[in-house]
Design a binder for this molecule. Structure first.
Ligand code: BTN
Length: 266
């Protein structure tokens, strides 16, 4: 289906979301983002869909994206960074989502490093960052964000670990449109902070305040061998610092996957 190419008049951003492709239905906003980026779509282009028929999660999983139940969107970025730095933009996105959700009265979201936003230990948002590396940089990146907003029930496989904003905030009616605008505004702010120093130093403390893994046991699924340790925070490069047998190991978001061994473990 042809999208509506759209300019959001009320959006308080200077470059992000100046063009938004709005679809009733799409396979995946990330897949469409890649198609558009390959055809030259500009830095800051946003793709949003009411429903995704093939929503994708990390590690080849599906992402449940029922019609109108959440906000399913992707951002095309063309940052001047090395491919190794690209996974940090997932942390920037998580920070933006947390700040946007915090605008809702009574909401206190947290970040499960590197790319989930959780409330009361259950996942309310997932982020899938994909990129097209070049020999000496990144051609484009697609940061896909899915926020569960309205669902009161979930498919059996994720029932125990997933939640939605309205499930967490009983009685609230959350506007997907306002939430999308809030995430884009916050994303622009934190992206620019990141680009100013090329690290997380300007918002490291803010990030730490919301890090659900901090001082918790974590299991690191390193392809070279799994191990357990205590997460102590992140460093300026966005790596998780895991204490194991008295030493701190810096774990890169792009290289390994971390599971909490304390209940919520997606
Ligand atoms: C995860 O937690 O596994 C990541 C989920 C990412 C889902 C979003 S929804 C919008 C965008 N389009 C996709 O197909 N996936 C991302």
């Amino acid at each position: 289906m042809e999208p509506m190419r759209h300019k959001e008049a009320h959006l308080k951003t200077s470059w992000l979301g100046k063009t938004i492709y709005k679809y009733e239905e799409i396979d995946s906003t990330n897949t469409e983002g890649k198609r558009l980026a390959e055809n030259g779509a500009a830095h800051g282009t946003v793709i949003h869909a009411q429903v995704q028929t093939a929503g994708r999660g990390r590690r080849g999983r599906q992402w449940s994206s029922p019609k109108g139940a959440g906000i399913w969107f992707s951002i095309i970025l063309r940052p001047d960074i090395a491919p190794e730095s690209a996974p940090v933009l997932t942390l920037v996105a998580a920070m933006a989502v947390v700040k946007a959700i915090q605008r809702l009265p009574g909401a206190s979201p947290q970040i499960k490093w590197p790319n989930d936003v959780v409330m009361s230990g259950k996942k309310v948002c997932g982020i899938l960052t994909e990129m097209s590396p070049q020999r000496d940089g990144v051609d484009y990146m697609v940061v896909g964000i899915g926020i569960n907003v309205k669902q009161q029930a979930f498919p059996p496989d994720i029932m125990a670990s997933a939640t939605s904003l309205e499930q967490m905030l009983p009685g609230a009616s959350v506007s997907g449109e306002l939430l999308l605008a809030a995430v884009l505004e916050e994303f622009e702010i934190y992206y620019e902070k990141y680009m100013q120093t090329m690290d997380m130093s300007l918002f490291l403390e803010e990030y730490h305040d919301r890090l659900v893994n901090k001082d918790k046991e974590v299991k690191v699924l390193d392809p070279r061998g799994e191990y357990e340790g205590i997460a102590r925070g992140i460093n300026q490069s966005g790596e998780l610092l895991v204490e194991r047998e008295g030493t701190l190991i810096a774990v890169n978001a792009g290289e390994v996957s971390v599971r909490g061994v304390y209940g919520y473990a997606p």
